[in-house]
Design a protein around this ligand. Sequence first.
Ligand code: C2E
Ligand code: MG
Ligand code: MG
Length: 790
Amino acid sequence: MWFTKISHIERDRQIVVAAFCIALALAIALSISGLSGGIERQLRDSRNTLRIAPVTGEIVIVEIDGRSLQELDQWPWPRGLYADAITELDRLGARQIAFDIEFSARSIEAEDKRFAEALSAISQPVILPTFRQRNLAGDTLRISESLPLPELREHAFLASVNVQASEDGQIKHYAGGMTTNGTPRPSLANMMAGAGGAIDASFRIDQAINPLTIPRVSFVDLVEGRVSKDNIAGKSVVFGNTAIELGDRYPTALFGVQPGVAIHVQAAETIMQGRVRSDANAPVVLGVLAMLLGGALAVHLRRRQSAANVGPGRIAAALGVGVVVLALVLDQASLVYIPLTGSLLLIGAFMASQRALLLLANLEVERLTDTASGLPNARSMQVKLSTHKSSPAIIAARIADYSEVSSMLTGEGRAQLDCAVARRLALATGIDLQVYRLDSGVFGWLARDPSDDGADELFNAARALFNAPVEAGNERLRVVLHFGMAADTISQAVDASEYARRRGLIWSANAQAMLEETQYRQRLLGELDEALENGAISVAFQPKLAFANNAITGGECLVRWNSPTLGRISPADFIPILEEKERIADLTLFVLREAMARQREAGASGHALNLAVNVSAQLLGDQAFVATALEELRGFGALERGGITLEITESAPLQDSETARDALTKLRDAGARISIDDYGTGQATLNYLQDFPAQEIKLDQSFIRDLAEDRKDQIMVQSTIELGHALGFQIVAEGIETGDILEILRTMGCDYAQGWHVGKPMEWDDFARFLFDYTGEGELPPSPQVSAAA
Ligand code: C2E
Ligand code: MG
Ligand code: MG
């Protein structure tokens, strides 16, 4: 992805810019689509609930309500009733009288006359309504005005009462007046409010003015003299239908369905309370906010290194809060209505998309990072490799005995080790180097292709940096590295480093060899079962001489594998593979059974032999193996007890593991002798081993080979023999190749001798003959040179 190739700062800048563009595009699209209209309506209603206000009470409605219809018991009412009503209002001291009731049609002549007389008689101004009508005459649309009867309008002012409902049925806008066929008429609300008002211009009715607070009297109460002066004196009074059966009702935004007359009063109150206000232009509001946000973000990006810098999300949120507060304050003052849909969308979309993009970018970063150490991982190296301009050398560095090193550390310690190694490797290789963590204990980097000489130099220098121990998790650890180099893929470099490790090389570029080795190992494992059955795997016996009586008293069983496809394979090669793949148990049981069979055979012909079987330390943790081995050993007769020695290579896990000790104790109790093989190559001291369930120490050949000349070896061997004896161990020396060495060991007090000078590993028949031929009088028979076994 793009942001893996750029710096964090640049990435954050691009995210802010992208989020701003997305948000602006969305806000503009929404405004153009008209969807914002519906949202804005909802928002306006909600905002209006915060500014609900009662009416002034200066306008009183005379309701033609259900009760009046019922009590006066005829409809339409004779116009004389209206005459009575206005006469009564005049008496009560009304300031102004208005009608939201049509008087354009004639009724009974006497009644019309009575009403006209009353109109002329009273002192207050009376306002009668006119309606603009649209009539279709043929194809042409005619606009006409319905006026009150001439004799009525003679004594009255005329006001237009047309209202226009919007698509949701609500009446939101109210005209200041109307011009019909050239005659201008002010609107009813304007006249009641006593305001001039521009004819033909409309204003928005303030929906927050509560029509339920308008004072009302019932028509029937008025004509029957039950209305008190207090309710009417000095007030403007308007007649209107409120009875449900008369219709003329409209939905309002906040107060449900209201009669038309109440809406005229609401409109008049809007003027009287100074609550006529216009809407700020929505695109302009959006434009201003976008400019403010853009400006603030630009400042943010310029200052991004400063600690006091505020994040882009907060900037947007602050602006959002600012614009909402401003809008609400202006709402309360009824100054101007600021539409918020576009602004809120801009802010919201910016915050959401900025977060989402950041999250996406962080996810990608996480994918490219080793969580524990925070080092970039192999994927990250791959990304770097694919964008590299030249073709660099891919280098892998592998910690030699990582499993052992890491077993001493906790998870945190391992992460510390990773970081420390990466830091040191970065030093080794110079300027601006990114070290990647490719796998457990494997690191990598990209370098200019070094020539072979350069590679030697480079890797020697890198190794030298690790001469000093590395500190991790309260431990000081010795780290030895093997390096691999490849031109094409990371895995080739990793394979080459593994090859170098197995071969004990400082570095290798030979990924192919590693591949072949892997294939070889696979074939070897594949052939194992068959080889155990068809004799390709066999056992050779190497004699052991007892110094006490100069006799061959035993031998070591050494496995031999002569594969028809892979040729003769050294145990030093295939034993570690079987150990690693946990296939060593079958092989060991095979050797143990062979050893027991031969031990019996020799016993039957009068030779009490002791045969030694090599057991990998890891098998002591294998319960199934231990159980089978115990069963086999217990099958031995009393005479054969002590006829088998188990040679365990001294190793660190052996010392620490309770399980291994338990297993050895059980095997010893079942009659096996226990020997510590290759003694002196590991860390165990004799002192430590004295609590160990072993009877024998087998000195490693490396101390014996140069014993005749090497003073240090002599001291080591001599002291081990003495201390070993003092602690109750018998001592075996292996790898004796000359008579001199044999004699030195004899004088040193060693118990048993094994080596080519005594006899090479040989097939059983040769070994048996060797036993019989051996005189035990100081002269060793020539050992048969059986090539297949040695
Ligand atoms: P090891 O147990 O230390 O066996 C001794 C090795 O030294 C044998 O090598 C033997 O042939 C060799 N050797 C004996 N005398 C001399 C000498 O005078 N000079 C020299 N240079 N070498 C001598 P080999 O047979 O190649 O076995 C190598 C290792 O493989 C053994 O070392 C043992 O650790 C392992 N091994 C062999 N067979 C088995 C087995 O059945 N199970 C297990 N787990 N390991 C086995
Ligand atoms: Mg051995
Ligand atoms: Mg050995």
